[in-house]
Design a protein around this ligand. Structure first.
Ligand SMILES: Cc1cc2nc3c(=O)[nH]c(=O)nc-3n(C[C@H](O)[C@H](O)[C@H](O)COP(=O)(O)O)c2cc1C
Length: 256
C-alpha cells in the first residue's frame, strides 16, 4: 500500500501521516507535488490511500487534474479516500471516488475528518485555540478508530452514498462549481507589507508567484490552497478576504 496526498496548509498531510502511523508504519505518504514519484509508486502498488482537502464541497483543482491527467494508472487499484474539511462536504470522499471508479478503481472506503479552517483571511468559521485543540483531538480519535477498522477489513464508508452525493451537490457544489474547475486570479500581495523574503515563491505548489527584480509578482495559476497566505511572515498575501486574521499549523493545536 502507498499513501498519496495534497495538502495546502498541512491538515491533510497531518491526517494521512497519523492514519498511516496507526494502520501500518511501513507505508509512505507522497505529496502530489512529487508527481513523477507518485505516479511510479501508484503504478507499482495495488492498494492506495488518497487524501485531500475539500474546497467548496469539491475536489481541489490540483487533485482533480492529477487524477484525470493520469487516468491510465487507476485501473484495478483498491483505494481508501480521506477528505479533510473545516465543517461540511457532503460527499467529500465521493467526489474523487466517482472519477476513480470511472477509470477502473475500486473504492474500499471513505473517511471525513474535520480540521481547523485554513482560510486565514476570512472571519467566518474561526474557532478559538481551545475549540481547535478539541477539534484536532476528535480528529485524532476518529483517525485512530478508522485505521483500526480498515485493518480489520471493515473500512468506514463516509461520503460515498447517494444521499451524501445529494448533500454535497445541493449543500455547496452547484453554486461554486467553477471555483474549483478554473484557476483563480484573485491572489493579492500588499507591496507595502511585503519584505521580498521569497517564501511565497518557494512554497507555492503551482509556481504561481515570482520575484523578478525583487518585485513580488502573481501569475494566474492559483488553485486556492492557501499555503502562501498561511505562511507569509508579513501577512501580506490575501485571496478571499482583505486582511489575514490568523495563521497556524496543526502543531499549534496539539496538546503538549
Ligand atoms: C478555497 C477553499 C474552500 C474550502 N471549502 C470548504 C468546504 O466547502 N467545506 C469545508 O468544510 N471546508 C472547506 N475548506 C476548508 C478546508 O477544506 C480545510 O481547512 C482543510 O482541512 C484544509 O486542508 P489542508 O491544510 O491540507 O490544505 C475550504 C478551504 C479552501 C482553501
Amino acid at each position: 500500500m502507498i499513501g498519496i496526498y495534497f495538502s495546502g496548509t498541512g491538515n491533510t498531510k497531518y491526517c494521512i501521516e497519523k492514519f498511516i502511523s496507526i494502520y501500518d508504519k511501513k507505508i509512505s505518504a507522497i505529496p502530489l507535488e512529487e508527481a513523477e514519484l507518485a505516479i511510479n509508486e501508484i503504478s507499482s502498488h495495488d492498494s492506495l490511500i488518497i487524501a485531500y482537502p475539500i474546497y467548496y464541497s469539491n475536489l481541489p483543482k490540483t487533485v482533480r487534474d492529477f487524477i484525470i491527467d493520469n487516468s491510465h494508472i487507476w485501473n484495478g487499484k483498491k483505494i481508501f479516500i480521506i477528505a479533510t474539511m473545516s465543517l461540511f462536504s457532503g460527499d467529500g470522499a465521493g467526489v474523487s471516488a466517482r472519477i476513480l471508479k470511472k477509470y477502473g478503481a475500486t473504492i474500499t472506503g471513505g473517511l471525513h475528518i474535520k480540521m481547523p479552517d485554513c482560510i486565514c483571511d476570512v472571519k467566518a468559521l474561526k474557532r478559538s485555540l481551545m475549540q481547535n485543540t478539541k477539534l484536532v483531538e476528535r480528529a485524532n480519535n476518529k483517525l485512530d478508530i478508522a485505521a483500526q477498522k480498515l485493518r480489520n477489513g471493515k473500512p468506514t464508508q463516509e461520503g460515498l452514498s447517494f444521499f451524501s452525493h445529494l448533500a454535497g451537490l445541493f449543500g455547496q457544489r452547484l453554486w461554486f462549481f467553477n471555483k474549483t474547475r478554473s484557476y483563480s486570479d484573485k491572489l493579492k500581495i500588499d507591496k507595502e507589507l511585503c519584505v521580498r523574503c521569497g517564501n511565497c515563491v518557494m512554497v507555492c505548489p503551482m509556481n504561481n508567484l515570482s520575484m523578478p527584480y525583487e518585485e513580488p509578482t502573481v501569475s494566474n495559476r492559483c488553485t486556492m490552497c492557501y499555503r502562501c497566505i498561511n505562511q507569509c511572515p508579513q501577512k501580506a498575501i490575501t485571496l478571499l478576504g482583505k486582511k489575514v486574521i490568523t495563521q497556524y499549523t496543526v502543531e499549534d493545536f496539539l496538546k503538549k
